[in-house]
Design a binder for this molecule. Sequence first.
Ligand code: GLC
Ligand code: CA
Length: 558
Amino acid sequence: MKKQWWHDKVAYQIYPKSFCDSNGDGIGDIQGIISKLDYLKELGVDIIWLSPCYLSPLADQGYDIADYYQIDPRFGTMDDMDELIAEAKKRNMFIVMDLVVNHCSDEHEWFRKACEDPDGEYGKFFYIEKAKDGKLPCNWRSYFGGPVWEKLPGHEDRYYLHVFHKKQPDLNWENPRVRDEIYNMINWWLDRGLAGFRIDAIINIKKALPFKDYPADREDGLSSVHNMLHEAVGVGQFLGEMRDRTFAPHQAFTVGEVFNEKEEELPDFIGDNGYFSTMFDFAETVFGNDRQGWHKSLDITPDDYRNCVFATQKKVENIGFISNIIENHDEPRGVSRYIPAGEACPASKKLLAALYFLLRGLPWIYQGQEIGMENTTFSSIDEVDDIASIDNYKVALAAGVSEKEALHYVEKYGRDNARTPFQWDASANAGFTEGKPWLKVNPNYVSINLKSQQEDPDSLYHFYRKLISLRRNPAYQKTLIYGKLIPYLQDYHNVMAYFRKDEEQTLLIIGNYQRQEQTLPLPAPCKKLILSNLPQADIQGDQVHMAGYQVLVLELEG
Ligand code: GLC
Ligand code: CA
């Protein structure tokens, strides 16, 4: 594997709308981000990914772009963006934007022109079809519910395709003109000084054509888009072309949002000269998902979590660098999901932090994760903004689930959990805004907030800083970045442990992933205790006595 400049970095995701509001309108913005760059630097972050802040009606919170060359006025101006890139550079940090090119907004000029003249040039930018004998062109279900086909405004007999929301028409990647437009736009941004992109929903750009029905997988008679994607071949041609014409000449850093990848294609995606620098590991994210909806999803246990993570590590070990996360803007909070219900506490949050952060790959922190922000609660569905939550709520009700229980699933899996404003301090609105926040602040901000954790050397925030300095410490850096990952005690219950190892040293990361204490064997004597999440560590010869949710990082003899 070729070494790359970003391998030893630490990455951080910002959801601009909820990070920091500089002007009191209740919406986070680019000036707010600039004001927190020193904070991020102090934490130890190098690469910052911004969720979209382009011009957008925000039907899907910016993942519906009306103009790729403009910043939405709610987030700021192009000058603000240039300032952010320059301020980051001064601090030796890198800005990465979101590249949302499976679809645009129905308010994009291209789509407006397509509506004016569906047979003209811009009609071919989208998938526009006529209904056949009053039937939709196919029975795919959109990710946000309902059919993927919507009537083309102004045309009774025509429909356009949207695999996400109806305000997100899919761009037709088969059309070389569309690809040219996209590549020009990418290059325009990279020339402006961006370090690269996080690439949204990218696997969807290749459709299995011609359109046809797949077996219905719910009572609505529709079929999940995944069934189509499973059959689609040839996404690599588009991705390779995009790399060659944009990212490669700029040596840009890219991270793909890739679900449903085929294992044999991994080298093409993230091997040397892959389509992307890296991609996210979603094995644990999708664990327990059920095609019927959130109300049928299964909880993930500590053993499942470990097995998912290790399976991915194994798949990529000789291929490339995976990106490790415990949460993002589409997921519930990691500490509310990967720690058994009712057991999230400073010790268990630190355990989860150490276990995922020291894996082989690029570690990502999602805003608020570093202070252990948790899922929120809603008093009714009217408080919920997220379109995926609203759809899943309806699906649950239609399946006979009570309103109360349906809301419970929204609290458990909904995307708003990650989108509540960042909890800066214990002042009004958690210090996020002086106005009225666009989405309610999690009421626990009084106890969970950055300011109090900065003042407490034992806090999760300081623990994250320790993990980051450990990954940077010249004594361990090479092993933690390039060393092999070898699972240990894999058949134990509620234990997650692994070696990071190279010719020079063996490190052991060992976690007792449960509330009860347990004694575990050590394969070799401990040479040095590098890190513990608790004040004491009880290591005796070839065994270690671990308190509940204790995690240790050890250097072993030999
Ligand atoms: C990705 C984004 C998500 C968005 C979807 C459509 O999954 O992360 O937030 O809704 O793509 O763009
Ligand atoms: Ca604002």
